[in-house]
Design a protein around this ligand. Structure first.
Ligand SMILES: [Zn+2]
Length: 473
């Protein structure tokens, strides 16, 4: 008892003097307090009750975003007043209370008034500070209204838009390791044409890009920042070299060749929200249940952990456990996210493939590069099958992956070039109406550049394999 008290006092003093190490020491400090409490009758069950209360405080109720046509051209301020707010402060873990007033100027559609309170509730169910809470609600409304305005200008969208839901157009971003940079160029070209997503579904590196977009929105500034981020990333940030770990992994004493701590830091540094359901644009990420091979779609819960699971390339990164499921890279599962987007309510799906290195002159050197290349081929094939399977049944727009590409799977130094090329080619593709051409699966055909005339007509000549699953209806 005396020793525990000393630990509390010393740790408390050091916490106050050394904020840099505060997280660890706060844990020690709290552990001391808990140990102390456990010696007092009546407190045995306190940790469980505290945990339950925080689960309740941090879990928002689910709700659907409902909007209505602004048939009367209403253009005055819509205001919901005196919404009660209670949120746990992220600095002290204690609740702060108050009231909020939320207003917005309607566009082509009007948000249900009651939904404004639900939006506030969505964000207060998180560790918060007051200033960020205000900005998150404003950004969320801004994103919602921006999507509403974009829809209002698009006459071809009217049938789908007549439904009372804002979620109709999905972007599906596939995996592809370092070639995920290509998706940034594609996103920039789409944004230039006012094509924005109501829903994002991402896998592996596509989940990372999607998660960034879901928090920051699709503005030009956001994409510039994402471009800068890709330019800064180097191999050591994602795949730190650790020969000891690699030897232990080969000996069966570590679960993977690389630690995922660098990747976790990278994801955490780029996200503006903690839980997937708090993103400005709705997002789901896919992973694979390593025991069953089933695709697992994550739309709620800790965002960093979900993206980390989605990008956990087997043998390269350790599997990630979420809610009792052991998860690895979503690219290994038997769907690439398109059917998931449709199941979530999308009636128009834009697919942004990261692609694969189709113009390598020799197999990638080294186990890490070989494993990554193999997974990118597998992911691309899965995507090809799913597009072939669904093309006749879904309003599908498949952007062509960059070709030719000869970048090694562990080389991140070409990101700027990949982004610029993808931006240029996607812009030209859209201008030529390429997204409206039939049989979009042909733009994903596996090919190489070492046979005569491999790029006939500027695109790979398709040799699309039949889906190993079911025939298209
Ligand atoms: Zn190619």
């Amino acid at each position: 008892m005396y020793a525990v008290g000393v630990v509390e006092v010393v740790a408390g003093i050091v916490v106050a003097l050394a904020p840099r190490f505060g997280g660890l020491l706060v844990a020690v400090w709290l552990a001391g307090i808990v140990l102390n409490l456990l010696t007092i009758p009546g407190f045995y069950d306190t940790p469980r009750r505290v945990a339950s209360s925080y689960v309740e405080l941090l879990t928002p109720r689910e709700f659907d975003l409902t909007t209505f046509p602004n048939d009367d051209g209403y253009d005055e301020l819509v205001l919901a007043k005196s919404i009660p707010v209670q949120s746990p402060c992220e600095h002290h873990l204690l609740p702060f209370r108050g009231i909020a007033h939320v207003g917005y100027l309607p566009g082509a559609r009007i948000l249900g008034l009651a939904k404004l309170a639900r939006v506030v509730e969505l964000f207060v169910c998180d560790l918060q500070v007051q200033e960020r809470l205000t900005k998150q609600v404003a950004d969320w409304l801004d994103g919602c209204c921006a999507r509403t305005r974009a829809r209002g200008r698009s006459s071809s969208r009217s049938p789908a838009w007549s439904r009372e839901t804002a979620m109709t157009r999905a972007f599906v971003l596939s995996g592809g390791g370092n070639l995920g940079a290509v998706q940034v160029g594609m996103l920039a070209a789409l944004a230039e044409r006012g094509i924005a997503a109501d829903l994002l579904v991402g896998t592996s590196v596509g989940a990372l890009n999607a998660a960034y977009l879901a928090g920051h929105g699709p503005s030009a500034e956001t994409l510039d920042e994402l471009t800068r981020l890709w330019r800064r990333v180097r191999r050591r940030d994602v795949f730190p070299i650790d020969p000891v770990r690699q030897l232990l992994a080969l000996a069966g004493r570590r679960p993977s060749l690389s630690s995922n701590q660098g990747l976790r830091r990278l994801i955490a540094d780029t996200l503006t929200y903690r839980r997937l359901e708090n993103a400005t644009v709705p997002i789901h990420v896919t992973a694979t249940n390593v025991l069953t091979g089933d695709a697992v779609c994550l739309g709620r819960g800790d965002a960093v952990t979900a993206v980390l699971a989605s990008a956990a390339v087997p043998a390269v990164f350790p599997a990630v456990e979420i809610d009792g499921l052991v998860l690895v890279d979503g690219g290994v599962a038997d769907n690439a996210g398109i059917s998931r987007a449709v199941a979530l309510g999308a009636d128009e799906v834009w697919v942004l493939p990261a692609g694969y290195a189709c113009a390598l002159t020799r197999p990638p050197a080294g186990a890490l590069a070989a494993a990554l290349h193999a997974v990118s081929l597998l992911t691309h094939q899965r995507l090809l099958w799913e597009v072939a399977d669904l093309a006749a049944r879904v309003d599908l727009h498949v952007l062509p992956p960059l070709c030719p590409v000869s970048v090694s799977p562990i080389d991140f130094s070409h990101s700027a070039d990949l982004i610029e090329r993808a931006h240029r080619t996607t812009r030209a593709w859209l201008a030529d109406g390429g997204d409206r051409l039939p049989a979009p699966q042909r733009f994903l055909a596996l090919h190489d550049h070492h046979r005569p005339d491999p790029m006939a007509g500027g695109c790979p000549t398709p040799a699309v394999p039949a889906s190993p699953r079911r025939p298209a209806a």
